[in-house]
Ligand binder design. Sequence first.
Ligand code: NOJ
Length: 549
Amino acid sequence: MTSPALGPEWWRSAVIYQIYPRSFADSSGDGVGDLPGVTSRLDALTTLGVDAVWLSPFFTSPQKDAGYDVSDYCDVDPLFGTLADFDELLQQAHARGIRVIVDLVPNHSSDQHVWFQEALAAAPGSRERARYMFRDGRGDHGELPPNNWESVFGGPAWTRTIDPDGTPGQWYLHLFDASQPDFDWSNPEVHEEFRRILRFWLDRGVDGFRVDVAHGLVKAEGLPDYVPPIDSGSMGGDQTDVPYWGQEGVHEVYRDWRRVLAEYPGDRALCAEAWMPTVEATALWVRPDEMHQAFNFAYLETQWHADELRAVIDASLAAYAAVGAPSTWVLSNHDVVRHATRLALTAENPQGHGIGPDSPGQPIPELGLRRARAATALMLALPGSAYLYQGEELGLPEVIDMPPGARQDPTWFRTNGERYGRDGCRVPIPWEAAAPAYGFSPTGASWLPQPPEWASLARDVQVGDPRSTLSLYRRLLAERRAHALGTGALEWLDLPGRGILAFRNGDVIVVANLGAAPADLPEGRVIAASEPLDGATLPTDTTVWLTAA
Ligand code: NOJ
């Protein structure tokens, strides 16, 4: 059964909930979430009111980068269950009208992938090596890496191999961890293999793919030297002319994939994870013959500031409309500081660097949550598709004070603790305040420690509380659906006051107060508000939705 909720081109306006399977629900009790755990909690997502889920990788993997190091693209890692568990999840989700997107990781595999193991065993220049980026080193004895590229996770982007006879050999490229060798996308065999992988999952009935590092597959001819600016975002979203991001050749890959999706009935979608410097640059990934959606990271990275938000919203709507695609909107995911913390930081915090107890610009938690609620209420009123990240509906903050020994992100290790990395947004989510691991795992095990204060944020505590963040999300999603905001159009309204963002979408007026002083509330019937309202004023850091009285 395919899911009926939004009908054709559902991805244009869908609310898509990101499940990070490791941290969602653990049925086996080993402290790592799994697919049966997801299935067992699907009803919570029906009640929340989302249209689709995106599952971060659950494929066979040594888990060096939490599953973004795939050793078998067509099987489920035993940590997460079996293919039968996946089929059951898919069927149960579809039965509830929830579509399912899976994560495809085409830039690199795990070093344990059979192709890479074959490449290591084969000679330079062989067919096996041609599937990855092997190069001779520079220097008299090849002792220097082929160029100066740095890994996104810190340290060099090249690792030297040891030949079967024990002598140092060629180098291979890994834009991420050394356990994640980059494929060579100039090789037709790589293209063929990924068509096979796409069809494998499409045959099982998935509704689409989130494409990892969709801006990175093709590298500039000759692999010219490049050093990213200090303190830039790890995935390159703030850099231009990078020889490994956004090369023209990547687009041909997605045109090909679009044709593969078109072989299947119904509407399936491709969503690009492409960290490009502008929305205009990102919109290249969603031209009519390429992908359907691209994450709007420019929006995610915009400060809590009315003029800046208005500018990025305008730029997004224009840039995506120009290519006939919807804009997407996103505030949190498994790679960024959760927005309930990020929006109250007072110092620069480049993407991927994370935050720890001694980081500058520590947030005031109450302010962060208040802004996060207002920011979500703003986002969910915008036309287009919106992505939510598990736990944000509970108002979860970033875990800042994580014991150093518990950290697992390769970024933390590859920078010798200089960057905290992304563990703080990946902590298993709380379901029941009084249960072991807050209901995440029956044994109380949790692969990252959960802070004691999360008991008060558990889902069962929030369910019956009309003022909770969970109740707010449910309300926003219900009203968004009732008023068809996702397929609507935005018209700005100029209301008096500094720091006010106001617009009309269909019959709903949205007003957000990002200023320093309370503002006048326009007339109308309040259908949702991110904070309790008192009379005719709109408090600071608050968003309200109104209709005609
Ligand atoms: C982007 C993913 O979102 C991130 O978690 C991962 O580490 C890198 N790509 C490498 O696959």
